[in-house]
Design a protein around this ligand. Sequence first.
Ligand SMILES: Cc1cc2nc3c(=O)[nH]c(=O)nc-3n(C[C@H](O)[C@H](O)[C@H](O)COP(=O)(O)OP(=O)(O)OC[C@H]3O[C@@H](n4cnc5c(N)ncnc54)[C@H](O)[C@@H]3O)c2cc1C
Length: 606
Amino acid sequence: MADYETVEHDVLVVGAGGAGLRAAIEASAAGVSVGIVCKSLLGKAHTVMAEGGIAAALANVDERDNWKVHFADTMRGGQYVNNWRMAELHAKEAPDRVRELEAWGAVFDRTTDGRILQRNFGGHKYPRLAHVGDRTGLEMIRTLQDHGVHRGISVHMEHTVLTLLKDGNRIAGVFGYDRERGRFKIFRAKAVILSTGGIGRAYKITSNSWEYTGDGHALAYHAGAELIDMEFVQFHPTGMVWPPSVCGILVTEGVRGEGGILLNKEGKRFMFSEIPDNYRAQTADNEEEGWRYTQGDKNARRPPELLTRDHVARCIVREIKAGRGSPHGGVLLDISWIKQKLPSAAEHIKRKLPSMYHQFKQLADIDITREPMEVGPTTHYVMGGVRVDSDTQMSGVPGLFAAGECAAGINGANRLGGNSLSDLLVFGKRAGEFAARYARENKLGTVNSDHIDRAAREALEPFDRALGGTGGNPYSVQHDLQEMMQDLVGIVRREDEMLRALEGLDKLWKRARQVGVPGNREYNPGWHTALSLSNLLTVSEAVTRCALERKESRGAQFRDDYPNKDDAFGKVNIIARKGPDGSMQIRRDPIPAMPPELKQVIEEMK
Ligand SMILES: Cc1cc2nc3c(=O)[nH]c(=O)nc-3n(C[C@H](O)[C@H](O)[C@H](O)COP(=O)(O)OP(=O)(O)OC[C@H]3O[C@@H](n4cnc5c(N)ncnc54)[C@H](O)[C@@H]3O)c2cc1C
């Protein structure tokens, strides 16, 4: 084996978003040595982009809220295929995690009597999102980062992990490269926590940044862990649609939480025309009641704009397909109308939604205090991910843990807004705690030099092909994959289209193995793109195969050829696993029975 630089930690965390930082803090507090690796600079993870807030039943704004209501909301939103134990732990522990963040210095917006302010969000019965204007993620990352750095965690910035190293069945570390110099590095560790975020870059229109190429999902899958629920990809209803250069950038649900309404080109508030049965009793049946809800009237029910994301996104697609869309292929989201209700509406909007105000002013020359925004669905989040134990977050590979967006279970078929940031805190903490325990109970594993040499050789092949003049362009493979996933495995799915996608993936795999990259190893974005292709292709294949297997419509998965829910599929999760021959194997696993006391909670909250 070549003489690669080697670093050792008890616990290595891959990913420096909310989940990774929270895990690193907890592991370090348990007294083990902790390293954290991330692709970009510390503080630049996806979490920093989070806008609307952190869901936790603090009951600061509505005293009727408690963990039971939050649990029932999460299960209803996830259409009951969630891991109920994770949903329970999340609902019970989120308030403490938010208070802890406050104790570490996070400056939340305040109620008039000085408590953490909470806002309305889709699918949450009561105002539940602790927030800092519409820049909550920034405050969360800043706080966790400061706290983590002061704990003495070692940070390896601008490093990409290429493969996980195993000693027999258990984890022994990771192998990756430093993006700036292009040099390989071995990280040996007793336990590894994956917290690499989502897969949004597998799609053309997305709110996700360049980093979200499904690395953790693919790393875990190739190391023998199972992926679960991969068919459930969340298309957030409101992304920017114009101008083309900003298409997909998120427009926070907070706009609707503050009273924003959705209109078609005829000026009709179309969300009132289709309210799902399981939300009818909780949803306003007139505009006045909806407005009162957004202003904190406890006797009012939520406006239909605040139904779950899957439903709102589909209603928007319906309007666009029926020719009632906005000029650039979206619908209209109007917050400016609240001037009819509030005398100082413009100041109110700028104070509550400062980022949205600047985003539209600077990127689209739209003043949202005066005119509506044009919005349409954008790929936002993946509910599916690494299958983990609900309490410890350990995957099926001993010593390999996962937390945050790259793990799965809590959200089922659809995530409620705000439940990701709280998931990062609750399960990041748990992953850190149990990874530290695992590290204390186990020795460092031995790394396999053949595996490392092979990974290094394969990573350098694109340079050889460019020299030989035979390699294809990695960007064109990425582009064609994104177009194909958007068109064939997008918001509305059909079997014939997804079978075509599988054929397309086969061809793209072949092209990906032939890409060439000119230049050298020092900060070479073409090379980085080439190396991310196998992750993107792995997760795209998992999404497609799982979506084919789930022959029903539920939450984020809408099948045109199976438009209804099927009770039989309500009892199973879809699992993807690498078979002995290297092919992806799909199976259905029964969801364990929910204990009677949790069933009762759901009944009580209906
Ligand atoms: C615009 C926007 C707004 C949002 N608003 C909200 C909100 O208000 N409330 C809410 O609950 N959720 C929100 N979400 C969702 C939420 O922000 C994400 O789900 C969450 O931040 C993911 O956190 P994470 O810790 O799992 O991963 P991330 O924050 O995505 O961090 C992933 C980390 O992994 C690293 N990484 C990835 N691959 C590798 C690799 N191969 N090697 C080394 N490092 C790697 C990255 O560099 C990064 O440091 C929003 C998302 C977006 C895009």
